[in-house]
Write a protein that binds this ligand. Structure first.
Ligand SMILES: [Zn+2]
Length: 256
C-alpha cells in the first residue's frame, strides 16, 4: 500500500515523526508521497526526505489557499527550483473557494501556470479542488495544448462529477478517510472510478478514517481505507492494494 498524499512534514508530526513512519512501515505502507503547500513547506519536505530517503517522494507546487496578491513572485521562485530535485508531481495545486473567494482569479491563473510546469517536466499534477470543480474544469478547458496527466486528490464529488472530469482527460481519483464516514457518498463513485484509476491517500494529519475518525491522521491508517474500498467493491484487500500501488507507480513514474 502507498499513501499517495500525506503532509507528514507538517508540525503536527514534529514530536513523533520517527514513530509515525515506523508505524506506517509496520502496517505495510511501502511509500509516502508528500504534497507541497508553499515556499516554507518545501524546506520541511526536503528535511523529511533527508531523514527518510527513498521512503518518501517530493512534489512542488503552490496550494490554492496560499495563492494571494503575491502569487506571481511565489510561483517565479518555485519555477526556478523545478530542476533542483526529482519532483514526482506538481502539487498540490487547484482551486479552493471554501473559506475565501478573494483570490479566485489569481487561483485560476496560478493553476494554469502550474499545469504548464507539468508539461515542461513531464510530471503529473495533484489537484486539490474544494468548492471549485467548475473552476478547475474551466482551467482545463482553456489550457493551451495537450493536458498533463494527474490525480484529483481527496475527490468527494458525485458520479456526475467523475464523468465531468473524465470529459477532460483520463485522470486518477484519490480517495481518503472520507469514504469511510457514515454519511459520505464517496463510496458510490468507487465502481465508476474503477480500480485502475483509484489512488489511496490519508491527507494526514486531517480526515482520519473510521475507526480513528477525529484523531490525528497518519499513514498507518491506509489499511483501514484499503479494506473499506475492498469491501465496497467486493474484492480481496490485496486486489485493491496491488491495483492502487500500480496506479501510483504508473502516474508518478516511481519504481517500487
Ligand atoms: Zn493535502
Amino acid at each position: 500500500m502507498i499513501d499517495s498524499h500525506a503532509h507528514i512534514y507538517c508540525d503536527a508530526f514534529d514530536d513523533d515523526r520517527d514513530q509515525v513512519i515506523a508505524r506506517a512501515r509496520e502496517t505495510g505502507v511501502r511509500h509516502i508521497i508528500m504534497p507541497n503547500e508553499n515556499l516554507e513547506s518545501l524546506l520541511r519536505l526536503k528535511a523529511v526526505r533527508d531523514a527518510y530517503g527513498d521512503y518518501v517522494s517530493l512534489t512542488i507546487g503552490l496550494h490554492p489557499e496560499d495563492v494571494d496578491g503575491d502569487f506571481a513572485s511565489k510561483l517565479a521562485t518555485m519555477h526556478k527550483m523545478l530542476a533542483d530535485e526529482p519532483w514526482v508531481a506538481v502539487g498540490e495545486v487547484g482551486i479552493d473557494l471554501y473559506w475565501d473567494k478573494t483570490w479566485r482569479e489569481q487561483q485560476l491563473e496560478a493553476l494554469d501556470t502550474q499545469l504548464h510546469w507539468c508539461v515542461e517536466k513531464d510530471i503529473p499534477f495533484i489537484m486539490h479542488c474544494r468548492d471549485g470543480l467548475d473552476e478547475c474544469l474551466w482551467v482545463l478547458d482553456n489550457f493551451d495544448g495537450p493536458l498533463p496527466r494527474g490525480v484529483f486528490h481527496s475527490f468527494t464529488g458525485t458520479v456526475q462529477d467523475v464523468e465531468a472530469v473524465r470529459r477532460h482527460g483520463d485522470f486518477y481519483f484519490g480517495v481518503n478517510g472520507i469514504v469511510t464516514f457514515k454519511k459520505s457518498a464517496v463510496k458510490e463513485i468507487l465502481p465508476v472510478v474503477g480500480l485502475d484509476r483509484l489512488l489511496l491517500e490519508t491527507d494526514s494529519p486531517y480526515l482520519a478514517p473510521v475507526p480513528n475518525r477525529g484523531k490525528r491522521n497518519e499513514s498507518a491508517n491506509i489499511p483501514h481505507i484499503c479494506r473499506f474500498v475492498a469491501e465496497q467493491l467486493g474484492v480481496p484487500v490485496e486486489t485493491v492494494s496491488e491495483a492502487t500501488d500500480r496506479n501510483v507507480a504508473d502516474l508518478f513514474r516511481i519504481e517500487l
